[in-house]
Design a binder for this molecule. Structure first.
Ligand SMILES: C=CC1=C(C)c2cc3[nH]c(cc4nc(cc5[nH]c(cc1n2)c(C)c5CCC(=O)O)C(CCC(=O)O)=C4C)c(C)c3C=C
Ligand SMILES: [Fe+2]
Ligand SMILES: [Fe+2]
Length: 326
């Protein structure tokens, strides 16, 4: 404990700040904005680790011109009054966490796009915050996501900035997600549960990324807390990008298998996402739900924790615990 801690009336250190950082999202659902965002995202060597001289011309010359006009209408289909769902919920969560942490500055940031993580960290430094806790809103650690946030911290000069690595087995987070499953069961009765996580190239996991192991551990802990028996749930991976082999089984393939086995009702939950986004609202709740309906089934999506009070309690407690650690 230092003098400023001892004299502070309420919490931790007077100059503490918490940054809740998410992946990022386009500023508008238009091809140029999607192109800018995807250019920054897919140009990150943590995300696509192909040789730069090969990948950057391919990305800017072929991938972005084809993908941006295809993806922009998908963004438009989920766009909210306040903007992209990922941005709206991340902002809402930061506000709700701020209410729970008097005396600590709590702000939101994005790894790609706005508000830019690098700019947010530099602003906090310039405003005199010496003790900054960065909470990547990724429950499971991956080199493609969490480590890329660390890269930004290293670039701005990491002194006084700590980074939460993961919270995939945090009991309060597990319980908060399980509570959403129990609430769904009370409303609609039990159904088979599919845990759908964002996928990764298989090669990333083969090179030692702990992501898949943490996804499996999260799913098992949440299923146990929700009172599910083995056989009542599965784990799968969605959002494949590119031609390489990605983690299996895929969400789409698993839903097809379940339909073939005569399963008619499936709840899908996505506890790799802190907030709903294109990948949950469009890919799961629209695309995959339609595919499953075409096979005679009913898919119900269980929303992310988003900016709910329960989520804010979990993240505030997590941040408090890390700030109090010396
Ligand atoms: C090689 C490509 C990709 C890797 C690796 C990857 C990992 C990864 N992504 C998330 C979380 C999200 N991804 C989102 C969108 C998205 N992801 C990729 C590609 C890779 N992701 C693309 C190209 C896109 C954009 C949409 C598209 O063009 O299909 C989102 C949603 C963003 C939004 O604006 O709503 C999230 C969230 C994780 C957690 C992860 C690794 C574990
Ligand atoms: Fe992604
Ligand atoms: Fe997708």
């Amino acid at each position: 404990m230092n003098a400023s801690t001892a004299s502070a009336p309420a919490p931790a250190r007077a100059s503490s700040a918490v940054v809740l950082a998410n992946l990022g999202t386009p500023d508008s659902p238009t091809p140029p904005a999607v192109r800018r965002y995807l250019g920054e995202f897919l140009g990150d060597p943590r995300v696509v680790d192909l040789p730069r001289l090969f990948w950057l011309p391919l990305l800017h010359g072929v991938v972005l011109p084809l993908r941006a006009p295809k993806v922009a209408p998908k963004y438009a289909s989920v766009w909210m009054e306040g903007g992209s769902p990922l941005a709206v919920y991340t902002r809402g969560l930061a506000d709700a966490v701020a209410e729970r942490m008097p005396g600590v500055r709590v702000v939101d940031a994005m790894r790609y796009g706005n508000p830019s993580l690098a700019a947010v960290l530099q602003d906090l430094r310039a405003s005199g915050f010496e003790d900054i806790l960065l909470v990547p809103l990724y429950p499971q650690y991956s080199t493609t996501t969490t480590a890329s946030m660390q890269d930004v911290v290293d670039r701005v000069g990491g002194t006084g900035i700590r980074v939460v690595q993961d919270y995939h087995d945090d009991p309060a987070w597990v319980e908060a997600v399980a509570a959403t499953i129990r609430a769904r069961h009370r409303e609609h009765g039990p159904a088979h549960l599919l845990f759908s996580f964002h996928g990764l190239p298989q090669k990333v996991v083969d090179n030692g990324d702990p992501y898949q192991r943490q996804c499996e551990a999260s799913a098992a802990a949440i299923a146990a807390a929700a009172g599910l028996e083995p056989g009542q749930w599965d784990v799968s991976y969605q959002s494949r990008f590119g031609k390489a082999k990605w983690l299996e089984p895929s969400t789409s393939g698993t839903l097809q298998r379940l339909a073939d086995q005569g399963v008619r009702e499936v709840d899908v939950i996505a506890p790799g996402f802190a907030s709903d986004c294109l990948e949950t609202l469009e890919e799961i709740s629209m695309e995959l739900a339609e595919e499953f309906a075409a096979r005679g089934g009913k898919l119900r999506y269980i929303p992310c924790l988003n900016d709910s009070p329960g989520h804010a309690d979990v993240i505030a407690a997590l941040a408090r615990r890390h700030l109090d650690r010396d």
